[in-house]
Design a protein around this ligand. Structure first.
Ligand code: PHE
Length: 347
């Protein structure tokens, strides 16, 4: 019996050593230590032994069993550690591999144009002002010399919220508000970019919501030539030194005299083409000398102070600058459209 146990010990130890997988090791455990295994079998024969030998054999059997169990245990730990090692090796991340490209946003073309215009006027000493988009009728119309009943107030053009409150139809109310805040003292030198709203049906050149940039200068001795010089500089900086400007007489209730400014057509150089509709000129903005009534209503002495104002649509400016043919492109956010105007380093 002793021989048999020693032989089993030998055999089992050998098998444990040879096991290379956990599954295999488990089979060895079941085969040698299981209830139907050979050690149990040997122990069953204990009854035939003498009372002297029995405890000796019992102790030996236990010893053999414990030894096999602990060999299996340490082999199991070794195999598990090797498996983890292997997995780690297989799953190693190569940090030197190139990454997946991530799409990066760009400046919206309108933002770019507005910032360019802002930078230009800031360099000339203008401050940026903002005002509410939900505006009082008083600032949107009345304070700008558009009394109740004026044809330009036609309800069709405005989104009214109450009788006295509407979505502003232009950025000119910011002029009125800023002048009022100055309490009759110049100089005022501001530009006001912002959203405006009109009851228009959306098409290639109209949108019910769009942007405007308003400019206003009020001080002593401000003359029409100051306006012209400013607009000339603006046109050349934004569209190119070779561009000419022309001022045409026009009408706005809040300026007198009023003008519209055209720039010479870049496409045909003034000869006339489809972009300028054969005229050689393209309309860019409205402007004029601030109407004395507007100055007075905002608390300025119109005998002492004069001023000029201008208003333009950045959508139109960007359309001309970049050759965009439909205003709706700005608001539909097609990635392919937007990425054409981003800064080169972002693309
Ligand atoms: N507010 C005018 C418009 O919306 C533009 C303008 C501004 C004209 C300032 C003259 C002076 O059409």
């Amino acid at each position: 019996m002793e021989e048999k146990l020693k032989q089993l010990h030998q055999e089992a130890s050998e098998k444990v050593k040879q096991s290379t997988e956990l599954k295999e090791l488990n089979e060895v455990r079941v085969a040698y230590l299981g209830k139907k295994g050979p050690i149990t079998e040997v122990l069953k024969g204990m009854g035939k032994l003498s009372a002297e030998e029995r405890p000796k054999m019992g102790a030996l059997a236990n010893e053999v069993r414990d030894s096999i169990a602990s060999a299996i245990e340490s082999k199991q730990q070794a195999l598990e550690a090797a498996a983890i090692e292997k997995k780690l090796e297989q799953e190693t991340i190569d940090v030197t591999l190139p990454g997946l490209p991530v799409k990066v946003g760009t400046h919206h073309p309108l933002t770019s144009v507005i910032e360019e215009i802002e930078d230009l006027f800031i360099s000339m000493g203008y401050k940026i002002e903002e005002g509410p988009e939900v505006e009082k009728d008083y600032y949107n119309f009345e304070a700008l010399n558009l009394p109740k009943g004026h044809p330009a107030r036609d309800m069709q053009d405005s989104f009214y919220i109450t009788e006295d409150i509407l979505l502003r139809t232009h950025t000119s109310p910011v002029q009125a508000r800023t002048m009022e805040r100055h309490g009759g003292k110049g100089p005022v030198k501001i530009i006001c970019p912002g959203k405006v709203y009109r009851r228009d049906n959306d098409d290639a050149t109209h949108s019910h919501q769009f942007m405007q940039i308003e400019g206003l200068v009020v001080d002593e001795n401000i003359r029409m030539s100051d306006l012209k010089g400013t607009l000339n500089l603006f046109a050349k900086k934004l569209f190119g030194e070779e561009r000419e400007i022309r001022l045409r007489p026009s009408f706005f209730p809040f300026t007198e005299p009023s003008v519209e400014m055209d720039i010479s057509c870049k496409i045909c150089g003034g000869k006339g083409c489809s972009v300028c509709k054969g005229t050689g000129w393209i309309e860019i903005l409205g402007a004029g000398m601030v109407h004395p009534n507007v100055l007075e209503m905002a608390g300025f002495d119109s005998e002492k102070y004069t001023g000029f104002a201008f208003g333009m649509g950045p959508e139109r400016i960007a359309m001309l600058k970049y050759g965009i043919d439909d205003i709706r492109h700005y608001y539909t956010n097609d990635y392919r459209f937007l990425t054409q105007f981003g800064r080169a380093e972002f693309n």
